[in-house]
Design a protein around this ligand. Structure first.
Ligand SMILES: Nc1ncnc2c1ncn2[C@@H]1O[C@H](COP(=O)(O)OP(=O)(O)OP(=O)(O)O)[C@@H](O)[C@H]1O
Ligand SMILES: [Mg+2]
Length: 486
């Protein structure tokens, strides 16, 4: 954020005013030098004696100042991120009674910035007067040598006064040079930081010979896929599976097992480190990103909405969508009723200056947003984690209809959400340890069976805890479905 605002501002200051002054100065310097040489070349050469010293000082000063200004910008950025975190996490800070510590953190960062600023100012406060002094010494030499020339009749008093006036016209720009160099140093430091971002390699982009992905049927194949983020430990190991068009695939596994990582590979948020991901036989790395992502609808685990109306948020991927379509999708995602509950309806603004939606409301807007794209491949990552089980059942019923003809990846914690899937993939520590439908897995996969029975127990628990009843100490609770631990 600091690079996008404060650094850009530094650069703008320089290109807006600094460059103009620099150009003006160069123009004046060349013009006056020519006039001085024509008036009296001896005196002009003597007055030029100071320039090597001046140039030397300018270069030295620049070398010293530039890294300092870079550090100042860095410290400014860190201070901005501390402030930003504190504002965004204000509730967490309060909940954990960490106000004093956060203030201390800010103060420490602020003190660092102050120190860095003062360091830069010290260099500045030494450099600028030094450059002035060299300029003034030059004037002294001119007066001395000019006097000598006048006494020997080589220069009239009038000509000397004119010469000196011209020279004084140079003094102002020279004095400004310090300020300009300052601004230039800052601009260079800021420019470096901006270009670090502009030049950062893009991890995922279109291959040079990438073709548009034609309209897909939705067959997805993972062919011996391994993934490690940024060259670290592999988080997916040799995962292979095939999903037929229109199938519903559920992913089940502990937190951190790699479920989100698997679905992230489809829209190429990341690339595989080994193996291939194929959609309708096309390796996702060989097709144009826009045509790939345009056919995939995603409800992410951490939903982000944008400042704007609810209608704009639902129509985010398809800004020209008709009101009927927006409302139909909102109904399907069970968002219509609560949206109509707002005085502004679909024009209600959300985001910084609008209403604050609850977690479950946000998720339902995100589901409507994904459905509106009418994607062939739909990814629902933990899409019901923030809604109650009743709403979840309602959304699921609506989705059953909308999932028709789409390949759908569902990640959910509740077995009840996924047990009707055509295929369930059981993920454990980045490995695919089970694959099949509910009936098959309950028989053959111990992890799946364990999760299933634990959840059934959870659902049964409130009844068991009715007053007067005793809580069974072991796990031999008869499960309502009657199927025993496989
Ligand atoms: N962007 C990333 N950079 C580095 N490591 C990551 C990144 N995203 C995930 N990981 C790591 O990869 C592993 C798998 O993460 P992933 O998000 O796929 O888990 P998950 O199964 O979706 O978990 P959850 O159920 O909690 O959402 C974790 O160990 C995680 O720390
Ligand atoms: Mg996840």
């Amino acid at each position: 954020m600091a690079r996008a605002t404060s650094d850009v501002e530094q650069l703008r200051n320089f290109t807006g005013r600094g460059l103009l002054l620099l150009g003006q100065f160069a123009f004046m310097a060349v013009g006056i030098t020519i006039v001085l040489l024509l008036m009296n070349w001896k005196l002009a050469l003597v007055s030029a004696l100071m320039f090597p010293f001046l140039a030397h000082t300018v270069v030295r000063y620049n070398q010293a100042a530039q890294p300092l200004f870079y550090q100042v910008q860095e410290a400014l950025a860190r201070l901005a991120s501390v402030t930003q975190e504190n504002l965004a996490g204000a509730k967490v800070v309060k909940a954990f009674v960490r106000e004093e510590d956060e203030i201390a953190k800010f103060d420490a960062q602020n003190a660092l910035l102050e120190a860095q600023y003062i360091g830069a100012a010290e260099v500045q406060s030494f450099g600028n007067p030094l450059m002035d002094m060299i300029g003034n010494l030059g004037t002294l030499i001119v007066i001395w040598f000019g006097g000598y020339l006048i006494m020997h009749g080589e220069l009239s008093v009038g000509a000397f006064v004119a010469f000196n006036t011209y020279l004084l016209m140079m003094v102002r720009p020279v004095r400004r040079l310090g300020f300009l160099i300052n601004q230039t140093s800052r601009a260079i430091a800021a420019g470096e930081r901006i270009f670090e971002i502009l030049d950062a390699p893009i991890d995922v982009q279109d291959a040079p010979e990438a073709m548009p992905l034609p309209a897909v049927r939705g067959e997805v194949v993972f062919d011996h896929v391994s993934v490690s983020y940024f060259g670290g430990e592999p988080v997916l190991r040799d995962v292979s599976f095939t999903v037929l068009p229109g199938q519903v695939v559920a992913l089940l596994g502990a937190s951190g097992s790699g479920k989100t990582t698997i679905v992230n590979l489809l829209p190429r948020f990341y690339d595989v480190s080994a193996g291939r991901v194929l959609i309708d036989g096309h390796d996702v790395r060989n097709v144009q990103l826009a045509t790939l992502r345009g056919q995939i609808g995603i409800v992410l685990q951490d939903t982000a909405l944008f400042t704007g109306s609810i209608r704009e948020n639902i129509a985010y991927g398809l800004p020209d969508a008709s009101d009927e379509d927006v409302i139909a999708m909102a109904r399907a995602a069970r968002a219509h009723d609560f949206v109509m509950g707002f005085p502004g309806g679909y024009d209600t603004r959300v985001g910084e200056r609008g209403v604050t939606l609850s977690g479950g409301q946000k998720q339902r807007i995100a589901i409507a947003r994904a459905l509106l794209m009418d994607p062939r491949i739909l990814i629902l990552d933990d899409f019901t984690s923030a809604v109650d089980s009743e709403t979840e059942a309602l959304i699921r019923a609506a989705l059953d209809r909308l999932m028709q003809g789409r390949t759908t990846f569902v990640i959910a914690q509740r077995v009840s959400t996924i047990q009707h899937a055509d295929q369930i993939l059981v993920i454990d520590h980045g490995k695919l340890v089970g694959m099949g439908n509910h009936e098959e897995l309950i028989e053959s996969n111990s992890i799946y069976a364990e999760v299933y029975h634990l959840q059934l127990m959870d659902e049964a628990a409130p009844a068991e805890l009715a007053p007067g009843s005793t809580v069974p100490a072991d796990s031999s609770v008869p499960s309502p479905s009657g199927s025993g631990l496989g």
